[in-house]
Design a protein around this ligand. Structure first.
Ligand SMILES: [Zn+2]
Length: 346
């Protein structure tokens, strides 16, 4: 079994800066203090404070959030974010910081960075190969487009994964088994302390297939909760959902939402979602960068969606062929009947 982990040793010698980088969290450093957007709640002001050295009553290598008031040791922090046990948190911190207590066996069994796979065996199922678009989902593709803007570094790949329950009724009712496996969609542990806890999470990848964020949909009726949550700092206008699975495809449908793109994929229609009703120049550049030549703008058939179509068309036609794929009034690609959806791209 695993080696004895000395929690005290890891708490003292763990490297908080390396841990934040591991989780893709940007931070600023002032003296012995780090500041960052808190990943444990929806933070807009950097409210996460990390003390690297003892300061008054504050112990060294501890965090405190002035927004959600969570606090604890570096191991607590790793365990919260990784969605694992304290022991797993300690192993992760030890491995990242080079404290050298994680047993070699555990290290080699894990993927680089030591983070766990959220949906084991689900994102790479054998069954997926029988699907018409299965050949297009090579996540190791290296022909990523150039960075969309020199001035903006874009979204960093995540080095952690949420633990997702793919069999949750909310997901099972809406997304079929093939799509759940293909897209790794699931519900994040409701007892966890991640900002996505209890939400239906959709992994978002960049063109290289690197995980850059999770979008979390509210699955309760709570009117106070945002319908969709994105991690603090995530620039959704710089990504397209499902982009890495349509690399090499000449024509794609551009839809608004995650579940629209998932539905089209189920029908064998390559689609990307701009995650809203506004397509950005950066998103069009992404499509161009992977070799797309024709785009069918298939926004929702509601007023808002249809009102957004002209702007999307004019943006896309600057560099490739674009046309409008109209749906019956009130329908969206996720809900429309199969005939209507197939006519979009006919
Ligand atoms: Zn917080």
């Amino acid at each position: 079994m695993g080696k004895l982990i000395k929690f005290d040793h890891v708490n003292t010698h763990g490297d908080f800066e390396k841990l934040l980088s591991h989780f893709g969290i940007d931070y600023t450093k002032k003296g012995n203090q780090l500041r960052a957007l808190c990943p444990l709640h929806e933070d807009t002001n950097p409210s996460l404070s990390i003390a690297l050295e003892a300061d008054g009553d504050t112990k060294p290598n501890t965090f405190h959030c002035f927004g959600c008031h969570q606090s604890g040791s570096i191991i607590d922090f790793a365990a919260h974010l990784d969605g694992g046990t304290l022991r797993e948190g300690a192993e992760l911190v030890a491995e990242i910081s080079g404290c050298g207590v994680a047993p070699a066996k555990t290290k080699s069994a894990k993927k680089p960075g030591g983070a766990k796979q959220p949906v084991k065996g689900r994102t790479s199922s054998k069954g997926a190969n029988s699907h018409p678009t299965a050949g297009k989902r090579d996540t190791s593709h290296s022909e990523a487009p150039e960075s969309v803007s020199d001035a903006d570094p874009g979204n960093k790949p995540l080095r952690f994964s949420l633990q997702l329950d793919c069999a949750h009724p909310y997901v099972a009712e809406r997304i079929n088994a093939w799509a759940r496996e293909q897209f790794g969609i699931g519900v994040c542990d409701p007892d966890g302390r991640s900002m996505m806890a209890g939400r239906c999470c959709v992994p978002i990848h960049n063109a290289k297939g690197e995980l850059v964020a999770y979008a979390g949909r509210r699955i309760t009726d709570d009117p106070e909760a945002e319908k969709w949550l994105f991690p603090p700092g995530f620039k959704k206008m710089q990504e397209l959902f499902n982009l890495h699975r349509v690399v090499g495809v000449e024509q794609v449908a551009l839809v608004e939402g995650f579940f629209d793109a998932v539905r089209l994929a189920e029908l064998g229609i390559p689609a990307v979602a701009c995650m809203g009703t506004t397509a950005s120049e950066a998103q069009v550049a992404l499509l161009q960068g992977i070799g797309v030549r024709r785009v069918v703008v298939a926004f929702d058939g509601d007023e808002e969606g249809q009102a957004a179509v002209p702007a999307a068309l004019s943006l896309v036609t600057r560099c490739m062929f674009a046309r409008h794929g109209a749906l019956p009034v009130g329908e969206d690609p996720a809900s429309a009947d199969e005939m209507a959806v197939r006519q979009l791209i006919a």
